[in-house]
Design a binder for this molecule. Structure first.
Ligand code: AMP
Length: 292
């Protein structure tokens, strides 16, 4: 596993590409099993290059950019046992050199949810992802369904701007009790950790309601909202269509249940994608044909 920091270091990727497709797994580090599952998914498609970069432009004023956990050595230890050909960990000065200023604004999929709650967030995400694509030129890139709106906003960028890359969305990895893994979970103390369970529980309750035949989006949304009451602040509890992220009245087809709440010092998000037909409800994916 090669560790790359500079533009010159990236020449190593040309060697990799001669043999196999290059598969990019972008992360902000503080790696957990969720990130490692993306790497395992990526391995199936080619030579894996993981990136580790805490991207300043996707954090708003007052958010946790400074506090965000950074430990490159322990991240590298976690990646070493896996089939990772290279880790690209650039400095801020390479990603945002003096004089740079172009940024990419999200399209319609960036409205609402985290796009509403964190103004400027997705412009930061798209700009850094575009830059990483430009620097590494992957054939495939793997993103987690955990950040559902992020996946769909990136998908819209790739389509609208004709980026020659195929996107894969990988399932959310959870702790045994259902809490979605997140680098921000380490901000939680024991009491907050147990209250944080309300996010995944709200989603499961909503799923149960739909499985029991409820098709009113308003009622399902209310059920999620009710189950989020242990949180310190509910940021949103929303029902959206996939992939366009419109607000449907009825629970039909591919539907995203998305929640976000502040628990102690952590702003947490979670979601569930459901494939809903008249007689069945099952978990779905965000990108592709939904068959997963
Ligand atoms: P981050 O380091 O939080 O920017 O996340 C890097 C990538 O890992 C993104 O594509 C996330 O969606 C994905 N990811 C984060 N948490 C999980 C999880 N619990 N399961 C699967 N993927 C995840």
């Amino acid at each position: 596993m090669r560790v790359l920091h500079t533009r010159d270091d990236l020449r190593f990727l040309d060697e990799l590409k001669r043999k196999r497709p290059l598969v990019l797994v972008p992360t902000m580090g503080a790696l957990h099993e969720g990130h490692l599952s993306l790497v395992r998914e990526a391995e199936r498609y080619g030579a894996v290059v993981a990136t580790i970069f805490v991207n300043p432009t996707q954090f708003g004023p007052g958010e946790d950019y400074d506090a965000y956990p950074r430990d490159l050595e322990s991240d590298l230890e976690r990646l070493r046992p896996l089939n990772v050909e290279a880790v690209f960990a650039p400095p801020v000065s390479l990603m945002y050199p003096e004089g740079s200023g172009v940024s990419i604004q999200p399209g319609s999929r960036g409205l609402g949810l985290c796009g509403g709650d964190r103004p400027g967030h997705f412009a930061g995400v798209l700009t850094v992802v575009a830059k990483l694509f430009g620097l590494t030129r992957p054939e495939i890139a793997v993103f987690g369904r955990k950040d559902a709106q992020q996946c769909l906003v990136i998908d819209q960028m790739v389509r609208d701007l004709e980026f020659p890359v195929r996107l894969i969305d990988a399932p959310t990895i959870r702790e045994g009790d259902g809490l979605a893994m997140s680098s921000r979970n380490r901000y939680l103390d024991a009491e907050e950790r147990s209250r944080a369970l309300c996010l995944s529980q709200a989603l499961r309750e909503a799923e149960r309601l739909v499985a029991g035949g409820e098709r009113s989006a308003g009622k399902v949304r209310q059920r999620m909202w009710d189950h989020l009451s242990p949180a310190d602040e509910i940021r949103y509890a929303e029902i959206r269509s996939v992939p366009d992220l419109q607000e449907p009245e009825r629970m039909e087809g591919r539907i995203l249940l998305a929640v976000s709440a502040q628990v102690g010092p952590a702003r947490l998000i979670d979601n569930l994608v459901l494939e809903i037909s008249d007689d069945a409800v099952r978990e779905g994916s965000l990108l592709g044909d939904g068959e997963r």
